[in-house]
Design a protein around this ligand. Structure first.
Ligand code: ATP
Length: 289
């Protein structure tokens, strides 16, 4: 039996950094939501004990550095599983883009192997194991929309935003999350209103959501990569209702409700940005598999 799992990307509608912790991590408060742009993970049992990664994407490591490999390893080690697995990853989410592609592959691998190996673990248990792999993995285990706190691993689900299009534009550079955090001056941060964003989502107030989008990492990445600022300007000019960089970047997303404007923005961006996607927000947690 093989198991197919969907690994959707996320965007941050709001991302705040509160302080740097003694353990070196940053304490964050973010609103994250899952979008309908997904990698496809196929889990195929092996007769030996090996974890094998299969990917055609040259930016995706095919060894222990792959977060999907680490997910399988955590389950094997924790539950003493002797069976190996081939993990085939069809990559649709741009790599090192601020969209949590690797974390989502890990989360999907946890969900899929939970089925394949009949472990009977709850999402909470999978999320706890996922936190050992990376801070964004627990959110990706649940999907939907949530407030993430701690180093990003503490998840409180909230309602999903009202329906809208999300246009993603990724310039042809990769950004290192670690480097962005290193360059962040925690004392000089202008904090976005994360609680206001949560309230706006709860009352399904699209106009307020558009006003409240904010990401403290944006300024840092913009300084390192001016092309990100250029994409933001263009997206605004073409008529997006709100424009923000996701995570540590460099992907910029725009929110738009009207189909006619979506077409204009999409076509306009395609003129100078090679990776552009128009997707929807994925509302339900159970839309993952
Ligand atoms: P985040 O938003 O969580 O910071 P990201 O979207 O910016 O993540 P990823 O696409 O997860 O970044 O990739 C970051 C790095 O992780 C890549 O450069 C790659 O070497 C490594 N990596 C490990 N596993 C994977 C995977 N399954 N898919 C993509 N990259 C992976």
């Amino acid at each position: 039996m093989k198991v197919l799992v969907k690994a959707p990307a996320k965007i941050n509608l709001s991302l705040d950094v509160l302080h740097k912790r003694p353990d070196g991590y940053h304490e964050v408060k973010m609103v994250m939501t899952t979008i309908d742009l997904a990698d496809r993970i196929e889990l195929i049992p092996r007769t030996d004990d090996v974890i094998q990664i299969i990917s055609q994407n040259r930016f995706v490591p095919d060894d222990h550095r792959n977060l999907a490999y680490q997910a399988a390893k955590v389950l094997k080690d924790t539950f003493g599983i002797k069976q190996g697995v081939a993990i085939s990853i069809t990559k649709n989410i741009p790599v090192a883009a601020g969209l949590a592609g690797g974390s989502s592959d890990a989360a999907a691998t946890l969900r899929g192997l939970n089925k394949l190996w009949r472990l009977g673990l709850t999402l909470d248990e999978l999320a706890e194991l996922g936190a050992q792999i990376g801070s964004d993995v627990p959110f990706c285990v649940y999907g939907g929309t949530a407030v993430a706190t701690g180093r990003g691993e503490k998840i409180m689900p909230i309602s999903s935003p009202p329906p809208c299009w999300v246009i993603l534009a990724k310039p042809s550079i990769g950004v290192s999350t670690a480097e962005v955090y290193r360059n962040l001056k925690v004392g000089e941060i202008q904090h976005p209103d994360v609680d206001g964003m949560v309230e706006a989502i709860e009352r399904q107030d699209y106009a307020a959501i558009c006003q409240l989008v904010g990401n403290v990492l944006e300024e840092v990445t913009l300084k390192m990569h001016p092309e990100v600022a250029h994409i933001k300007e263009q997206m605004k000019r073409f008529g997006a209702d709100a424009v923000l960089m996701s995570g540590s970047g460099p992907t910029v997303f725009g929110l738009v409700q009207h189909d006619s404007r979506l077409q204009r923005i999409y076509n306009g961006l395609r003129g100078f940005c090679d990776q552009v996607f128009a997707v929807r927000i994925l509302g339900e947690q159970n839309s993952l598999d």
